[in-house]
Design a protein around this ligand. Structure first.
Ligand SMILES: [Zn+2]
Length: 165
């Protein structure tokens, strides 16, 4: 977070470079900025968010991206889905800041649902099963809570914390 805040300070001192993002020239001037600031991190006034909400979202993003990488599913499409989910959840957690502790749990479930529609099952269970068992994904438990874990529902056991596959 130190690096992020320092960078935000730099951006402010240089005026308002975020204005360059809008309009038809996005492709020419946006990439550097887009790489630094995902859309969900910038509010409607083109300010980068700071504070507990952003910390919770960035933390959830890191956990989910780690687990995508652990299943070799961290494609550009998947990362874009994660950022869409974070953008939607940012509103939710701003309305209910006490829910910040639950963001990782919710984001993992949201990303799992969207990947299933678009990319495929994630994360596939790697535990030994009977040969004729269907491949199946792990599930997040609890449905809404802190310290979410991935579980295999067939075995009824915890596989790993979210972010530690
Ligand atoms: Zn399993």
């Amino acid at each position: 977070m130190v690096a992020l805040e320092a960078a935000a300070g730099d951006a402010e001192r240089q005026g308002d470079p975020v204005q360059l993002v809008v309009g038809d020239v996005t492709d020419q001037v946006a990439p550097q900025l887009a790489a630094k600031w995902p859309d969900w991190l910038i509010d409607q006034h083109r300010h980068v968010h700071n504070g507990a909400v952003t910390d919770a979202l960035l933390s959830a993003r890191a956990l989910v991206l780690h687990d995508l990488g652990a299943r070799a599913m961290d494609s550009a499409r998947s990362v874009s889905i994660v950022d869409d989910v974070l953008s939607e959840r940012r509103w939710w957690v701003e309305q209910w800041p006490d829910g910040a502790a639950y963001v990782a749990c919710l984001v993992a479930q949201d990303v799992q649902e969207k990947l299933l529609e678009d990319v495929g099952r994630w994360p596939l269970c790697g535990l030994p099963h009977e040969e004729d068992d269907e491949p199946h994904e792990l599930r997040v438990t609890p449905d809404l809570g802190e310290n979410p874990h991935w579980v295999c529902e067939e075995h009824g056991c915890v596989v790993a914390p979210v972010g530690a596959l």
